[in-house]
Write a protein that binds this ligand. Structure first.
Ligand code: XIL
Length: 355
């Protein structure tokens, strides 16, 4: 009897895994949380997600999860230069305003992303022919128009995003070419003038995997702080992998905390298809390893001084919404919710890490 039971169980399990494998998403161990759990209520710091206005408008499951599970919201793209300032003499805040209204209706904090970046620039900027004074005016007008528009609604901004290359050198962006590397200090000053109450962040990726980049970021941030430039926080994007070392993750979080500034894990996702296989299968074992990495990140973050814990934000909500497959040109499953918004093991382990 026992023998047959075992036989049928193995057979059944094999059928199950095979049928799931063909979709790319294998069976994963269900997380051990009560169905009525609300993620942000389990966390000692704000828990956020970036969102897309079009997904909020078209996908009710997405809308419901974004509303229920998080108490901080970042616009994934809706506040970027190319979206709000696509032509020189007009601003369009339609999608950004929609996201802000969504967050306000749900008592969620709004973190602004991003005032200055080398990407998401419209052609009128990349082709702009002015001298350095005209470039300075362009920069200042953009920052101050956007910050003023959201004054009192957006509590914090990623002022400058991704200044550095992975080797720690300043990226030769159009801003650096036109205005020199210290233009970033003026970005903070301009933002502060437009909204003196807003918390201002420097945001970047790679703190965990490049010690050279991490050191360059910390030096730059300390330099701004010591000069009295209004900078209040450091954003660690953390587009990371399930097999990033715990030592690297600790080094990144603890170095940021040592600045004394607020620390935001600002764009968290943990990819699993590190070899970019086109027919990748997300197994239960990988789901568990991914969950363990989420837990370690949360646990390490929770150990920094409470006053510096600005929060953790995942980069979008469910696996089907993630930017990772397009960026990596390969399937991936990097977020705490799956493609149908079911909670993955990572969801439960985020809560475990915060205990
Ligand atoms: C990404 C978005 O997720 C994509 O939808 C978009 O096509 C490109 O930008 N670092 C950042 C984010 O600061 O703004 C980026 O977001 C991901 C990397």
């Amino acid at each position: 009897m026992k023998k047959y039971f075992l036989y049928f169980s193995i057979l059944g399990f094999t059928f199950y895994s095979c049928s799931k494998k063909s979709t790319g998403e294998a069976a994963v161990t269900p997380p051990v949380v009560a169905p009525d759990t609300i993620l942000y209520k389990m966390m000692p710091f704000p828990m956020g997600a970036s969102v897309s206005a079009s997904l909020l408008k078209t996908n009710t499951k997405y809308y419901d999860v974004a509303k229920k599970e998080f108490n901080s919201i970042t616009a994934e793209n809706a506040m970027k230069f190319a979206t709000v300032h696509a032509s020189q003499n007009s601003f369009n805040f339609t999608d950004a305003d929609y996201i802000v209204s969504f967050a306000q209706a749900n008592n969620q904090r709004v973190h602004g992303h991003t005032l200055n970046w080398y990407q998401s620039l419209p052609a009128w900027v990349t082709n702009f022919a002015g001298d350095s004074l005209a470039w300075e005016d362009l920069l200042k007008t953009h920052i101050q128009t956007v910050v003023s528009h959201f004054k009192g609604k957006v509590v914090s901004w990623d002022v400058v995003n991704e200044l550095f290359e992975d080797d720690g050198k300043v990226r030769n962006s159009i801003w650096v070419q036109k205005l020199g590397p210290d233009y970033i200090a003026r970005c903070f000053t301009y933002a502060h003038q437009a909204d003196p109450d807003a918390l201002l962040f420097y945001n970047d990726y790679g703190h965990e995997y490049s010690a050279a980049k991490r050191a360059a970021i910390i030096d730059m941030v300390m330099n701004l702080k010591n000069r009295g430039i209004p900078i209040h926080g450091i954003g660690l994007q953390f587009h990371t992998t399930y097999n990033e070392t715990d030592a690297n993750i600790s080094a990144a979080i603890n170095a940021a905390a040592a600045t004394g500034l607020k620390v935001h894990i600002s764009e968290l996702d943990v990819r699993v298809n590190v070899n970019k296989l086109p027919a990748f299968v997300f197994t239960s074992s990988l789901a568990e390893q991914q969950a363990a990495k989420y837990k370690f990140i949360v646990k390490t973050y929770k150990a920094i001084p409470t006053a510096q814990q600005f929060g953790i934000t995942t980069w979008n909500v469910g696996d089907a919404d993630s930017w990772i497959p397009a960026w990596q040109n390969a399937p991936d499953f990097p977020l705490p919710f799956d493609g149908s918004y079911a909670r993955k093991p990572a969801y439960a382990s985020i809560i475990e890490g915060a205990k």
